[in-house]
Write a protein that binds this ligand. Structure first.
Ligand SMILES: CC(C)(COP(=O)(O)OP(=O)(O)OC[C@H]1O[C@@H](n2cnc3c(N)ncnc32)[C@H](O)[C@@H]1O)[C@@H](O)C(=O)NCCC(=O)NCCS
Ligand SMILES: Nc1ncnc2c1ncn2[C@@H]1O[C@H](COP(=O)(O)OP(=O)(O)OP(=O)(O)O)[C@@H](O)[C@H]1O
Length: 210
């Protein structure tokens, strides 16, 4: 089975993973985003909904049959057992969907966006290189609060379940600093994209991947 060249893109909540992935997509990469896959699995009629309702009860289902994200968020980020239960249901399904999407990708290379790339360990053997989007924790909190209804306490609770900055920076092959403007982010990504194109070319030559 042929497999495209895959960049694993990660970073803490609100660090700018989607912003970086959008830029690489504009340059021809295919983006596979595990957050988006998780949202599809928990949408109305989503494949994960029967198992989630069985495990957590109907209180976690909204009127349209999707997962009530506010209810679930409150539960899992106050109760580690509930979080493990949610992850035990969703992570294998997300991993399966991600593998399918990678196989079908048509872009110059694949950007696999995974918030818990290092934490779960599942993807680290499946990506060819890792890129971390880094920004100071206070800026992560401010950007998430600006984008959503989450308060600082909840953002900190979520961050506490993720690797810290230093752990991610140590594990990363490549890092972009996203405390500046989106133009500055783009300027850092351009030489990396050129390097990824070259790695893709070599990967294709060595594997016969068309
Ligand atoms: C807890 C849930 C209901 C909260 O929903 P919400 O709409 O607020 O967040 P959303 O799904 O858009 O995720 C936003 C960010 O939260 C962080 N996050 C999500 N799940 C987790 C988790 N299990 N542990 C740590 N951080 C997480 C990530 O940084 C992610 O990018 C939701 O995140 C969920 O179903 N999580 C379990 C699936 C999962 O682990 N996804 C992330 C890795 S693939
Ligand atoms: N360089 C930047 N300058 C200003 N705002 C930014 C910048 N990068 C990202 N943002 C904004 O910060 C918020 C978080 O960015 P983004 O959604 O890309 O992060 P993420 O890592 O994908 O988040 P999550 O972990 O929640 O999925 C968004 O509202 C985005 O528009």
């Amino acid at each position: 089975m042929h497999r495209p060249w895959v960049l694993g893109l990660t970073g803490g909540i609100g660090s700018g993973k989607s912003a970086a992935a959008d830029i690489l997509q504009q340059w021809g990469a295919t983006v596979v985003d595990t957050d988006q896959l998780a949202h599809q699995l928990t949408a109305p009629q989503g494949a994960a909904m029967p198992a989630l309702i069985q495990a957590f009860g109907t209180a976690i289902a909204a009127a349209d049959g999707s997962m009530d994200r506010t209810v679930m968020r409150e539960r899992v980020f106050h109760d580690p057992t509930a979080r493990q239960q949610l992850e035990a249901i969703l992570h294998p399904m997300i991993q399966h969907s991600a593998e399918d999407a990678v196989q079908q990708a048509q872009g110059v290379y694949v950007v696999l966006v995974v918030p818990l790339l290092f934490e779960t360990g599942h993807y680290t053997q499946r990506v060819h290189r890792t890129l971390v989007v880094d920004c100071p924790e206070d800026l992560q909190i401010a950007r998430v609060m600006q984008r959503s209804q989450l308060d600082a306490d909840m953002v900190r609770r979520i961050m506490a379940q993720q690797w810290n900055r230093q752990q991610r920076l140590t594990a990363a092959d490549d890092v972009v600093d996203n405390q500046g403007s989106l133009d500055e982010l783009q300027a850092q990504l351009w030489p990396l994209h050129q390097a990824y194109l070259e790695k893709t070319r070599l990967w294709r030559a060595n594997t016969g991947f068309a």
